[in-house]
Design a protein around this ligand. Structure first.
Ligand code: NDP
Length: 277
């Protein structure tokens, strides 16, 4: 069992399998990426999704809309994409400018084309144990955990309860028969919970917050955090150097969950193709 879970290595294996599947399809899977405005971080994410999509042999349409686009024009575009047979998956890069209602916009994507898995239908289906398409980062987390341990019967502690990471991953762990504890910013005595975890998933956006004395010996630790330090270094939510001494397996940042998310997004695109059949 690898102590350091190598997200890059696992991703390459998944992507090569997906590429081979795509090459056998009669119609190329089509992804539409919608980017509103010129947020530099969003542009980087969108560039990497677009180039990965093309590298995989899928079809990709990118829509760059001005930051003052009206909600009606954006909804009209999504409606066209919902009805476009060449497009199997629609991805609206978040965050959107303040004048746009993010919930309304994401809700307008057809559940079968919601490759991000963020619409209420997608999240509701996840809740009821029969996910249409589950969100990519929680899927990446589950994949990494299952690459090193069985989930059933374990005590999983999730730090963070966002709609895009904490809550869905907690549901997916529960679905796989873990006993799940969810912690958040109002949890008192966080270490009392984290120390009980056989599987510890941390997604709180707080650099190196989880220290070695908060982790049980032998725990599997998944660090979802991406934080930029003053020195422009990327660090996770877990103090990797000390925690790796007690964990049985741990994901590094960068190189753990991050690279896996795009692989799961591509897999979601293939799921959307299957749903259309
Ligand atoms: P959010 O800011 O939406 O949520 C953070 C969660 O952490 C909240 O539920 C918050 O609690 C909780 N939290 C904050 N501080 C503490 C604390 N001191 N103790 C316990 N809980 C705390 O973040 P996201 O879920 O979107 O992202 C989390 C991290 O994961 C970020 O670093 C982000 O960059 C990264 N990320 C990485 C991805 C990847 O692909 N690797 C994808 C998505 C996110 P409360 O609800 O009470 O406010």
């Amino acid at each position: 069992m690898p102590k350091i879970i190598d997200g890059n290595k696992i991703r390459e294996k998944i992507l090569s399998e997906l590429k081979s599947k795509i090459s056998k399809l009669k119609q190329k899977p089509g992804l539409a990426i919608v980017l509103v405005g010129d947020n530099p971080a969003s542009q980087i994410y969108v560039n990497s999704k677009e180039s990965k999509c093309k590298e995989m042999g899928a079809y990709c349409e990118r829509y760059g809309l001005p930051k003052d686009v009206s909600e009606m024009d954006l909804l009209k575009l999504i409606d066209e994409l919902n009805n476009n047979p060449k497009i199997h998956g629609i991805l609206v890069q978040l965050p959107l400018p303040k004048h746009l209602d993010e919930k309304l916009v994401t809700n307008s994507i057809l559940p079968g084309k919601d490759v991000d898995g963020f619409t209420p239908s997608s999240l509701g289906s996840l809740m009821s144990g029969s996910a249409i398409i589950a969100p990519a980062t929680p899927r990446a987390i589950i994949y990494l955990i299952e690459s090193v341990t069985k989930i059933e019967g374990k005590h999983a502690v999730v730090v963070g309860r966002s709609n895009i990471v904490g809550k869905p991953v907690a549901m997916m762990l529960l679905e796989r028969n873990a006993t799940v504890t969810i912690c958040h910013s109002k949890t008192k005595g966080l270490e009392n919970y984290t120390k009980q975890a056989d599987i510890l998933v941390v997604a709180c956006g707080s650099p190196k917050m989880i220290k070695v004395d908060m982790v049980k010996k032998g725990a599997v630790v998944i660090d979802v955090g991406i934080n930029r330090t003053a020195g422009n270094k990327i660090v996770g939510d877990v103090d990797f150097d000390s925690v790796k001494e007690v964990a049985s397996c741990i994901t590094p940042v960068p190189g753990g969950v991050g690279p896996m998310t795009i692989a799961m997004l591509m897999d979601n695109l293939l799921k959307a193709v299957e749903l259309k059949k």
